[in-house]
Ligand binder design. Structure first.
Ligand code: GDP
Ligand code: MG
Length: 433
């Protein structure tokens, strides 16, 4: 796969010292509007969980897999340092927030259709000053925008890991009731440094045993967790779990360890080889991002990012109901963005920069027809939030299209002036030269 030398992790969401979330729209747009991703369905694979638990390290293996020409020999050379997302914590304060790989990767679905694959790293906070909200926010946004979320945990799958999910279960139930489709796609628990291999083997099978055990409802358990336990498998289309061995003492203890395979335990590499290709299977129906039962493109994803961040801007985790509302808003915004894009593209084909001047009446007829088609597109998109919300957004779409039309008109008129002045200009130029 072609790749530029400047590819790297890009911070798209950061958290300020006074605990505010800032979405870097410009940087996110550069990634999501990348020409390689244009118009394509997407997959967003993210990793979330506590700080310093090997998340970025794991992501760098995802990168290797995505870059490999041959998916049988993807892991790389024995003595090659592991690069990409920065995985060596170091002494300084780690940046909190979300980082996305600067370039989408291309993968083919079984049908031959190409999709754009995006990778996202998240950094939780680890200092005592930070609020629970920061972690909850990062986790919430990750689950909402990703098709596959890897929830990275150390040693074992425990009560508090499930506790983190109770908010989402509640939101999920609301969404299921309202729209009859589960709001989240795949959640993969990745247990690192699994120590009880003699009881439960590494890999997805052992993981399934642990997961079923933890999701069982027993008499003496915390009531709060009952909803999570009973609904988790409903709210997520797919929940699975993978048990990963310890990577070996060279990885955890040696200061000069640079990520080379030669220093990593055999067991770990064997399981990596089982885990990564399975996670990126393009025939997994949950791999491709869907919202409200529709595949979305990267430009639509951009709108979802914006809306969700706006909802979280208050500094409090919204209620599940407010979340649902936000999803519906985002849904309409995304549909509007697609319809608007359609209008721009269609108009540019006929009267864009390189097209000749056309008569204003003809331009108006063209505008009316493209506007009609754009509305049609908006109306056909499956939207949440009901008729009233959809009408408001259609009105906005109409206003924006009108503004665009005014600009197209102006531009067209300027070509006309140019047509008149061309002869004298060329004439004068030929005199001078
Ligand atoms: P992150 O903060 O979760 O992104 O963690 P990093 O990927 O930066 O890794 C933190 C440290 O954990 C590094 O020194 C890695 O070498 C080490 N590490 C990577 N994978 C594992 C693992 O599976 N188990 C353990 N115990 N350490 C790991
Ligand atoms: Mg990290």
């Amino acid at each position: 796969m072609e790749r530029s030398s400047t590819a790297g992790p890009v911070q798209i969401v950061s958290i300020t010292d006074d605990h505010k979330f800032v979405l870097d729209e410009k940087k996110l747009k550069e990634i999501l509007y990348h020409k390689r991703a244009q118009g394509k369905k997407i997959s967003l694979v993210s990793i979330a969980g506590d700080f310093r638990k090997g998340k970025s390290f794991m992501l760098d293996f995802f990168l290797r897999y995505l870059r490999a020409k041959d998916h049988k020999e993807w892991m790389g050379k024995e003595n090659e340092p592991l690069k990409g997302f920065d995985w060596r914590g170091g002494a300084g304060r780690h940046t909190t927030g979300m980082l996305m790989w600067s370039e989408p990767f291309l993968m083919s679905l079984p049908s031959g259709e190409e999709i754009a694959v995006l990778l996202m790293d998240t950094q939780g906070t680890f200092d005592s000053n930070s609020t629970v909200f920061e972690n909850a926010f990062i986790f919430a946004l990750t689950l909402l925008v990703s098709s596959v979320t890897v929830y990275n945990i150390m040693h074992n799958l425990q009560e508090d890991n499930l506790q983190h999910l109770s908010f989402f279960a509640e939101y999920g139930v609301l969404a299921l009731d309202a729209y009859h489709t589960s709001p989240f796609q795949q959640l993969t628990f990745l247990v690192r440094d699994w120590q009880f291999e003699y009881e439960t083997p590494y890999g997805f099978e052992g993981g399934e045993d642990i997961l079923s055990d933890r999701l069982q409802i027993r008499a003496n358990q915390h009531r709060d967790l009952e909803l999570v336990r009973s609904r988790l498998r409903q709210c997520f289309r797919k929940v699975n779990c993978f048990l990963m061995p310890h990577p070996g003492l060279k990885v955890t203890n040696r200061r000069d360890f640079d990520g080379r395979l030669g220093d990593i335990e055999k067991d770990f590499k064997a399981q990596l080889n089982a885990f990564v290709p399975e996670l990126f299977r393009s025939d997994n129906v949950n791999f491709v991002k869907e919202i409200n039962g529709e595949f979305i493109t990267s430009t639509q994803l951009f709108e979802y990012f914006r809306s969700y961040c706006a909802v979280f801007a208050s500094g409090e985790l919204p209620s599940p109901k407010a979340m649902l509302e936000a999803t519906a808003e985002a849904n309409n915004l995304a549909a509007k963005a697609v319809s608007k894009e359609f209008y721009i593209r269609a108009m540019e084909q006929h009267c864009g920069g390189d097209r000749p001047y056309i008569h204003p009446n003809q331009l108006d007829v063209l505008h009316q027809e493209v506007r009609r088609q754009s509305f049609e597109k908006f109306r056909c998109a499956r939207k949440m939030g009901g008729e009233q919300m959809s009408q408001n957004y259609q009105q906005e779409l109409d206003n924006e299209i009108f503004e665009l039309y005014v600009n197209f008109k102006k531009h067209n008129d300027s070509k006309n002036v140019f047509a008149f002045s061309r002869t004298p200009t060329t004439f004068i130029l030929s005199m001078i030269l």
